[in-house]
Design a protein around this ligand. Structure first.
Ligand code: CDP
Length: 263
């Protein structure tokens, strides 16, 4: 098991190439990023996991998400480690996330952490606290970085920038299926009625609630003053609404080859 200790203030190699994959929630970024990193033998940064950890810590400690100083302090002091392990689900991220030595991968992936993550991510001091941490993942032979501002703010010199989108309906459906798969595998319980306002308990109501939550997060991520979710001017936008993950992977691999990246 390879371990990446999340560190601050380390010397960053400016030589390693970066592929940045940005886009809204459930657009398929995570799956594309892990497949691409595996295909190229490059490192992987799931930057959303860092914001999710800070959201989880704030939620557990009862910190007000708008209390910038307290959430930033939680971000600065968080003891986060990423460890590689074989995924148990098809296309699952191979990364396990440890906080203070405890495996919190399933906790940070749960539906309850989505809104807290997006709330703390809007705090400029939180983004500042995580900036160098994210850059420290840039090591030879290369890095595939997945998030919202990889190509615009964290790695503006990335050799390839992908902005992966899909319609909100397609994304809500994918997130719904992802949560069901995790629930079936036992790694996650289903979102409770209050989390997704699902009094009828029907799948239809659950899907509608996921869609509403996806739209709320999109709106907050797109309109925040710091690092809003936007394609970099030099990003290639791919709309995956009608594409399978294999189609997306093939399109991105063609760009990788065109630019002479990887092995
Ligand atoms: O997997 P999904 O796309 O749903 O979310 P994620 O990538 O795990 O990110 C969770 C939240 O963290 C997002 O809604 C953003 O608010 C925030 N985030 C961010 O602000 N900047 C990033 N580079 C990555 C995530």
């Amino acid at each position: 098991m390879n371990e990446t200790r999340v560190s601050r203030g380390v010397a960053v190699s400016s030589l390693a190439d970066v592929i940045a994959i940005d886009g809204p929630g459930a657009s398929g970024k995570g799956t594309l990023a892990s497949r691409l990193a595996a295909a190229l033998g490059w490192h992987l940064l799931d930057s959303g996991a860092l914001y999710r950890v800070v959201g989880l810590i704030a939620q557990r400690r009862g910190i007000d998400f708008d209390d910038a100083e307290s959430v930033a302090e939680a971000a600065r002091n968080a003891d986060i480690a990423f460890k590689d392990s074989a995924g148990t689900l098809p296309d699952a991220s191979p990364i396990r996330v440890f906080v203070g030595g405890i495996d919190e991968t399933d906790a940070i992936r749960s539906a309850e952490v989505e809104q807290p993550a997006s709330r703390v991510a809007a705090v400029p001091a939180v983004r500042e606290a995580l900036f160098v941490t994210q850059q420290s993942f840039r090591r030879p032979p290369g890095l595939v970085a997945d998030g919202r501002d990889m190509g615009t703010v964290v790695f503006p010199d990335a050799r390839l920038k992908i902005f992966l989108t899909a319609s909100v309906e397609a994304r809500a459906q994918r997130r719904f299926e992802q949560l069901k798969d995790r629930e079936a595998s036992g790694s996650l319980r289903a979102p409770s009625d209050s989390e997704h306002e699902n009094p009828a308990g029907s799948l239809d109501a659950e899907l509608r609630a996921i869609r509403a939550s996806t739209e709320a997060r999109d709106e907050r991520d797109r309109t925040r003053p710091v690092s809003p979710l936007l394609p970099a001017p030099d990003a290639v936008t791919i709309d995956s609404t009608e594409m399978s993950i294999d189609d997306v992977m093939a399109a991105v691999m063609a760009l990788v080859q065109e630019r002479g990246l990887g092995r």
